[in-house]
Design a protein around this ligand. Structure first.
Ligand code: MLT
Length: 421
């Protein structure tokens, strides 16, 4: 991993040690002498910081000499860096390290660098290493290093986990049977804030889908299948066998795709303000128009166009903080994530065939009484197509039921979870 076999340990003042921070998370500041004539962090210095972050990770883990002890030195075989935004002197960068491939003599690490103060993604890097002895012959990756990198993530509320090639922001709370929440478009995991608080006795997992919230937003790689594969990989990393899935709107589309590939891992499903049908021609054209709007005006323009359709009539006047919360969430969504989600929704399959195949699986269909995007009639059709579905229509809610009617949503979920067991 390290292009040179250094043995000195230098816990200098630049290391911001936080006992709650997982060892795979390292904070390093940018010094003026690392910056170039334009005043920002030089790209070669950035490469050095990625390397330093890996060293620091080893210091806090199995020791900087973990490779030396095994007589195997990791040589960089390939390095790819995407620079997304500039860093300046005084910025503290948060580096995340994750092992994305572990072979016999080689391994791959993915690293991201974010600015601590605003969580902006500055650079993403991938390094392929080959372990060799002093004569350059291939050597096995030291077992101690592999065990350290693959150790289960530390528990806590917010975590950043690299799965399926992206770093996802995930909230994990509580103990008990697992319930995983999938938000809609273009929101983030905080739409489930009240349900995460309320569902004591369950292990609650709420992720930011790739491209939204604080998760990475790559330029490519969006489809319902990929979102679903992210979730399957996330469950693996968290060591969760099976789960109750709860999805809002686009979150429901993701769940249908998950059911296609991983039904054996699902104990029950909650489908909120969503539908099984694919987009028709007009809706597909509207997705492309929305993508153009996002490219021109960013998340703020999308927020402007969507907000009037999200809440029940009167809510924005009665509770302006709710509208403001949703507006901020949408405005903060990266353009790449918005455009990716729009393409994923435009191209999604019709999932009507998944419904009868759910057989004995307990399903709760919920819908806001005033939802104009996925109206109660479509929720009735959805529930009617599922053998063991119960329908709950929530009075006073529009399209974002868990935000607009948090207590009623949590109560319905708790009742359903008791049935699922
Ligand atoms: C959502 O809330 O996820 C979207 O309204 C879904 C969609 O546009 O089809």
């Amino acid at each position: 991993m390290l292009s040179r076999p250094v043995l000195s340990v230098f816990p200098g003042p630049y290391v911001y040690l936080d006992p709650m921070t997982p060892s795979s998370v390292i904070d390093l500041p940018v010094y003026p002498d690392e910056c170039d004539a334009f005043g920002h962090l030089n790209q070669a210095s950035f490469l050095t910081l990625f390397e330093r972050a890996r060293w620091e990770m080893l210091i806090r883990g199995p020791g900087m000499d973990v490779f030396t002890r095994a007589g195997a030195w990791p040589a960089v075989r390939k390095a790819i860096i995407d620079y997304h935004a500039a860093a300046f002197p005084g910025d503290v960068l948060r580096f995340h390290q994750a092992l994305t491939h572990h072979g016999r003599t080689s391994f791959t690490m993915r690293q991201t660098a974010r600015r601590l103060k605003d969580d902006a993604l500055l650079a993403t890097a991938e390094f392929v290493f080959v372990c060799i002895d002093r004569d350059g012959r291939p050597m096995p990756v030291p077992a101690e290093f592999g065990a350290f990198m693959r150790a289960p993530p530390e528990r806590g509320d917010m975590q950043r986990l690299t799965v399926n090639g992206v770093s996802l922001a995930v909230e994990v709370r509580g103990e008990g049977p697992a319930v995983l929440f999938v938000h809609g478009y273009p929101f983030d995991h905080t739409i489930w804030r009240d349900q995460i608080d309320a569902l004591d006795g369950y292990r609650r997992i709420a992720l930011d889908l790739r491209g939204m919230g604080r998760s990475d937003a790559p330029d490519l790689g969006y489809s319902m299948g990929i979102y679903a594969a992210d979730i399957a990989a996330l469950l693996d990393v968290l060591g969760i066998e099976d789960v109750v899935l709860c999805g809002l709107s686009m979150g429901g589309y993701v769940i249908f795709e998950f059911l296609r590939g991983w039904r054996h891992r699902v104990r029950g499903v909650v489908l909120m303000d969503t539908r099984a049908e694919a987009d028709g021609a007009e809706a597909r054209r509207a997705r492309d128009a929305a993508a153009a709007t996002a490219r021109e005006g960013g998340g703020a323009a999308i927020a402007e166009s969507m907000l009037p359709k999200l809440l029940a009539p009167g809510t924005a006047e009665r509770a302006p903080e709710l509208a403001e919360r949703l507006r901020r969430m949408m405005a903060a969504t990266p353009v790449a994530g918005i455009v990716g989600a729009l393409a994923a929704m435009r191209d999604r399959r019709d999932s009507s065939d998944v419904l009868p195949a759910l057989g004995e699986m307990p399903v709760l269909v919920m819908v806001g009484e005033q939802d104009v995007l996925t109206p109660p009639d479509s929720a009735r059709r959805l529930a009617a197509g599922i053998p063991h579905a119960r329908l709950v229509v929530v009075p006073g809610a529009g399209h974002v039921t868990p935000v607009e009617r948090p207590a009623e949503t949590s109560a319905a979920l708790l009742e359903f979870l008791r049935v699922v067991g």
